[in-house]
Ligand binder design. Structure first.
Ligand code: NAI
Length: 719
């Protein structure tokens, strides 16, 4: 096997160049592990003639971390092997760390996960300030913990509290400069030469370098649970944890906390064993597989363009017309301008348009204050946004993104106004959240260039855009829309036109399910608690209030009409009656109306409305808590299978990514369809449970034919 670590020696300094042959990035695969052991052997044998070691990489990134293809494949039967391999890597890094020779990490690019763990085993860390370069331990975001000494060393470097809060529990990724401020690296360099010169200077100046934790009298900064003051603060940690996970089944934060706290009370070597034990438990468990599948493989497939038609050359958008400078238009203008696109932001009055632009100003000023962007960048982004009320200003725009009120006649009108002013082949996009794209396309002369671009609010934070292909949308328009979403650095999922598309339709099931529970007499607090414990970022009744109860009524009316016109059937949902009573009988239409499932004081939520118990509560209602949680998850998962069956969805990856990044389907599941794959007992287990729910709560839980077929054939949902 060829070596993945090159050995270069000059002037008695050995440079270890991480360079996995044939791979675009270095990972902790088997070849690396062997090379690391061989390098440690050689260093030990030759150490007398060596006065320093520099670790760097020949790739664009320093080191990418664990090999996720290997990690996702390990099963509980591999636990002992994983444990042994983990300890071996740790032992080899430790051999280099304690050789008695100064070791410097020269981080030429991103050092995340295993990459930063290698750097932590070095006595000194110099990072090149390369654009986009990131440093940190994001394992928690994949349901894992840093298993190559990352917990043990960050606790000893920063203290338990900072290690947990700044690095381990959130998986924060720092730019080199911010990593310097947070104490994760010692120096930052502007050029590769400067980085290497700094590394050599450290070696020259510190022939006896050693880690703080290997020096006499070392104590963990900030104390350990053995110190009374620290012990008194310990009970706050589980509270922080439950705030982070909402009580949902995320095992990684719990294991990280345990590894950090237990590891701080023992010697370094024992702490390494503890860390390895907790790592092994996570990597052989279900949640990390779900999360690796979704947040690595599916996300990569989606962003790489698996749903983008081939054959259209990318043609970056230079000048975009954003129509409507309200909440969404203002956010879309910001996202485009940040990505370097000239934006003409049009509203009915110049004042409205200026107000929309001011939204960007607010966001940018905040970013400057927090050091996330520079004053020059702020000014440049703002200079790209031209507010206007004049259609003529839209001349030359090569893309239009419409975000006016949700009214088909108005949308038709604004496209009529602009279609001859913008470039003759401009891409025409609507940000409608509910109106059929095929219907809106009837209002333009070039329906082949018309497409849905469904952003989520707030646009600057939400990473997803749902692209909706109408019946007459051409492949070229789809490819261009896809490229535009990538250009503004968001993740595009592609769906076919249907009422509510994929995301709005499926989140509607979740909301309806929660509301239906209220109608059954379940205490509203239990409904909210079930949503939180299932892992939803927003509680279901509070979400209903945000969207307003009038919205589902409007959608229901339109759906019913459309069904009648097409001669199709339409089944009412048990939530309908609850919503109708809330609006008609109690005048509680949601947050914007000042009252909903919650009471509001000065626009702020002030507790669940006590009237719910009085008007909807029932003696003897006893729905098992597990059923509350699973009804929410199942209602969305089952409807997603129907979306796949109906061709609304065309890929599993789009379903998983769209559900987690767009509508808050719990991340631990890996997405709506991965949830089914990972359910206890696999697809047959999921079908059996769906049938139980069907018998107890109604036909909406009936397993669709596609699910039954896959379960029977022993298949899973994969692309
Ligand atoms: P909004 O009410 O905040 O803004 C609409 C803006 O359009 C207003 O500033 C209005 O003055 C302007 N407008 C009206 N007629 C116009 C015309 N003829 N020319 C130019 N501008 C005109 O509405 P919001 O929330 O920004 O929604 C806009 C669209 O985005 C709607 O279709 C909505 O369904 C959709 N959407 C909304 C989401 C949300 O969370 N609010 C999420 C995704 C999509």
């Amino acid at each position: 096997m060829s070596s993945t670590i090159r050995w270069q020696r000059s002037d008695d300094v050995v440079t270890l160049v991480l360079d996995d042959p044939g791979q675009s990035a270095n990972t902790m695969n088997a070849a690396f592990q062997q090379s690391l052991a061989a390098v440690a052997d050689r260093l030990e044998a030759e150490k007398d003639g060596i006065r320093g070691i520099i670790v760097t990489s020949a790739k664009k990134t320093f080191f990418a971390g664990g090999d996720l293809r290997e990690l996702i494949a390990v099963t509980p039967e591999h636990a002992q092997q994983v444990f042994d391999a983990g300890l071996r890597i740790k032992r080899d890094l430790r051999r280099i760390e304690t050789l008695g020779v100064p070791v410097v990490a020269a981080l030429n690019g991103a050092a995340l996960g295993g990459g930063y763990e290698i750097a932590l085993a070095c006595h000194h860390r110099v990072a090149l300030d390369a654009p986009g370069s990131k440093i940190g331990l994001p394992e928690v975001t994949l349901g894992l913990l840093p298993g190559s000494g990352g917990v043990v060393r960050t606790v000893r470097l920063l203290g338990i509290t900072d290690a947990l809060l700044k690095v381990l529990l959130q998986g924060t990724q720092y730019s080199p400069r911010r990593a310097l401020e947070a104490g994760l690296v010692h120096e930052v360099a502007d050029t590769e030469e400067e980085m290497l010169a700094k590394a050599r200077a450290f070696i020259d100046d510190h022939p006896d370098a050693r880690q703080p934790w290997d020096t006499e009298g070392y104590r963990i900064p900030g104390g350990t649970p053995a110190d009374p003051a620290f012990a008194a603060a310990l009970p706050a940690f589980p509270a922080t944890l439950s705030k982070q996970t909402g009580g949902a089944p995320y095992p990684a934060p719990r294991n990280i906390l345990a590894a950090a706290v237990e590891g701080a009370q023992v010697d370094f070597e024992t702490a390494q064993v503890i860390e390895t034990r907790y790592f092994t438990e996570l990597v052989t468990g279900r949640t990390s597989k779900n999360m690796i599948q979704a947040f690595f493989f599916d996300l990569q497939a989606v962003n790489a363009g698996r749903s983008r038609p081939q054959g259209t050359e990318p043609r970056p958008v230079r000048r975009a017309a954003v129509l409507g400078a309200g909440m969404m238009g203002a956010g879309i203008a910001y996202a485009c301008a940040r990505a370097g696109i000239e934006v003409v932001l049009k509203d009915v009055t110049l004042e409205n348009a200026r107000h929309g632009k001011a939204y960007s100003e607010g966001l940018l000023d905040k970013a400057v204050a927090k050091g996330r962007t520079t004053q020059a960048e702020r000014d440049a982004v703002l200079a790209r946004i031209t507010p206007t009320a004049d259609v003529a200003e839209l001349a030359g725009c090569d893309a239009v993104i419409e975000a006016v009120f949700e009214d088909p006649a108005l949308k038709h009108k604004v496209f009529q106004e602009v279609q001859h002013v913008v470039a003759p082949d401009a891409l025409l996009c609507s940000n409608t959240s509910t109106l059929p794209i095929t219907l809106l396309a009837e209002g333009v002369e070039r329906p082949v260039d018309f497409i849905g671009l469904h952003f989520f609010s707030p646009v600057d934070k939400m990473p997803l855009v749902e692209i909706i292909k109408g019946e007459r949308t051409g492949d070229e328009a789809l490819a261009r829309a896809f490229d535009l979403v990538r250009q503004i650095r968001k993740t595009p999922v592609v769906v076919n036109d249907s009422r509510g598309f994929f995301t709005s339709r499926v989140i509607g099931r979740f909301i309806n399910e929660g509301v239906a529970m209220v109608g059954e007499g379940v205490p509203a607090a239990s409904v909210e608690q079930a949503a939180a414990q299932a892992g939803y970022p927003a509680k279901v009744l509070s979400l209903m209030d945000e969207l307003t109860l009038t919205l589902p009524r409007k959608i229901r009316e339109e759906t019913r009409k459309a069904a009648e016109e097409s001669g199709g059937g339409w089944t009412p949902h048990p939530a309908d009656a609850v919503i109708d009573r809330m609006v008609e009988e109690f005048d509680r239409p949601g947050r914007s109306g000042g009252a909903g499932f919650y009471d509001y004081v000065d626009g702020k939520r002030a507790g669940l409305w006590p009237g719910l118990a009085e008007h909807f509560g029932r003696e003897g209602t006893d729905v098992p808590f597990e059923d509350l949680k699973e009804r929410m998850l199942f209602s969305e998962a089952l409807d997603s299978v129907r979306c796949l069956e109906e061709g609304v969805l065309t890929s599993v990856a789009d379903a998983n990514i769209g559900s987690v990044l767009g509508i808050g389907f719990p991340g631990w599941t890996g997405g709506v369809l991965q949830y089914i794959n990972g359910y206890e007992g696999g697809l047959p287990g999921f079908v059996a449970r769906a049938r139980e729910l069907q018998a107890a709560y109604g036909e909406r839980f009936a397993p669709p034919a596609l699910l039954l077929e896959k379960a029977e054939k022993g298949e899973t949902f994969t692309d």
